[in-house]
Design a binder for this molecule. Structure first.
Ligand SMILES: Cc1cc2nc3c(=O)[nH]c(=O)nc-3n(C[C@H](O)[C@H](O)[C@H](O)COP(=O)(O)OP(=O)(O)OC[C@H]3O[C@@H](n4cnc5c(N)ncnc54)[C@H](O)[C@@H]3O)c2cc1C
Length: 365
């Protein structure tokens, strides 16, 4: 049974919506969290499953994002040890790898510094690399670095945060749509599943759907997003037994990730201009990941070796750049409208949900 009034209503039960719901309910406020699909059914179950500072973001001099991510990584490993684990990652540098070894070395040294030397990187020998990765080419291999980052199960993590939110009183409505949304002088009035519900604080955490929600209900906002999809292919067995950080000729980064007896390889980037409920993986993207993987694999793979693939869409603050260079930072966009507040969550990685949710609570105080 839904109440007629909630202190806060949140749209979107992805990792961010669930974490915000949990934090707000712990301040003794009533919270309704609504999703048009299932908990974690959006991008929060389609990621690379890394809880990471984002070594690559150092190249964009995005130090504050990396620092916050590493802070959250530490928090998540400590508080969710069953789901977030610090694991070794290996970076092989070949004669023709686009970033030379010394650039990677500088990046890893800054990464160590920003993480408080939690698990500093090392050089490892080519012999050791050959032993750990018997399926990976070592011809023209010059250097190998080993560093540490977090690995998780994104959907299970999101579901766990949702359960914790429910335990602190949040009501969650799945498979539910908002039919109408009006803001009058006193409150925000929503029609959800034919029930009229009021609130004074609405949080739009609908991820890559945020612009559609804002346009549909004519909500004011200061940002818009670029919807950038990425795919992963999943091989049915372990091609690598540890995480591999690889580079394409065009300097893009991609990962080979061992995960529950399978190997996940990704990802790609494609800017969407259509409704993302209807996006599909195209064969060129699969061919691209196969081609990039085969540059490293001794035994080549083909489309027949893929068990399944999946696609998810990032919401990146809009900028007229190459999607690879767009910032992964998030923005909290608060609008005071008469007696009510509307807060939009633009962007945000899986890794940073904890800091993001704390900031939301502070902003709404
Ligand atoms: C390919 C790829 C790889 C990634 N890898 C990583 C990684 O390794 N590490 C990392 O930290 N981050 C990663 N990310 C980013 C991360 O996955 C996302 O930033 C994060 O999951 C976004 O969470 P969210 O809660 O904001 O959005 P979502 O999880 O998408 O949740 C939004 C929810 O809103 C709901 N919704 C939409 N419209 C409505 C509506 N009208 N009414 C009700 N509900 C609605 C949707 O159903 C959805 O459940 C990756 C992203 C992609 C695309």
């Amino acid at each position: 049974m839904m109440k007629k009034n909630y202190d806060t209503i949140i749209i979107g039960a992805g990792i961010n919506g669930c974490a915000i719901a949990k934090e707000i309910s712990q301040t003794n406020k009533s919270v309704l969290l609504i999703d048009k699909g299932s908990i974690g059914g959006g991008t929060s179950s389609k990621s690379s499953r890394l809880i990471h500072g984002g070594l690559r973001y150092l190249e964009q001099f995005n130090l504050s994002l990396v620092k916050e991510s590493l802070h959250d990584r530490r928090y998540l490993i400590k508080n969710y040890p069953q789901l977030v684990k610090l694991v070794p990652f290996y970076i092989p540098i070949y004669k023709n790898t686009p970033r030379p070894w010394w650039i990677i070395k500088i990046g890893l040294s800054v990464y160590d510094l920003l993480s408080g030397y939690e698990a500093p990187h090392k050089n490892i020998s080519i012999e050791e690399f050959k032993n750990i990765f018997p399926n990976i080419n070592t011809k023209e291999l010059c250097h190998v670095f080993k560093y540490f980052d977090g690995h998780t199960n994104d959907l299970e993590l999101t579901k766990l945060i949702a359960t914790q939110a429910q335990d602190s009183g949040v009501e969650i409505l799945q498979d539910s749509k908002i039919k109408t949304l009006f803001i009058d002088d006193k409150k925000i009035i929503l029609n959800i599943n034919s029930n009229e519900i009021n609130t004074n604080t609405l949080i739009n955490a609908s991820g890559a759907w945020i612009d559609e929600v804002n346009n549909h209900f004519s909500l004011p906002s200061n940002y818009s997003i670029a919807k950038v999809s990425g795919i992963h292919i999943v091989l049915p067995s372990l091609v690598v037994s540890e995480h591999l950080f690889l580079q394409t000729d065009a300097k893009r980064v991609f990962f080979m990730i061992p995960d529950n007896g399978k190997t996940i390889i990704g990802t790609t980037e494609r800017v969407e201009t259509v409704d993302i409920d209807n996006i599909k993986i195209n064969q060129e993207e699969i061919a691209y990941l196969i081609k990039m993987s085969n540059k490293y694999l001794k035994k080549h793979i083909s489309a027949d070796d893929i068990a399944y693939s999946y696609i998810g869409t990032r919401s990146l603050i809009h900028a007229k750049e190459n999607p690879t260079d767009m910032s992964r930072e998030y923005k909290l966009d608060l609008h005071n409208i008469r007696n009510s507040k509307v807060l939009h969550i633009f962007g945000g990685k899986l890794t940073t949900f904890y800091s993001l949710s704390k900031k939301v609570v502070n902003l709404l105080k």
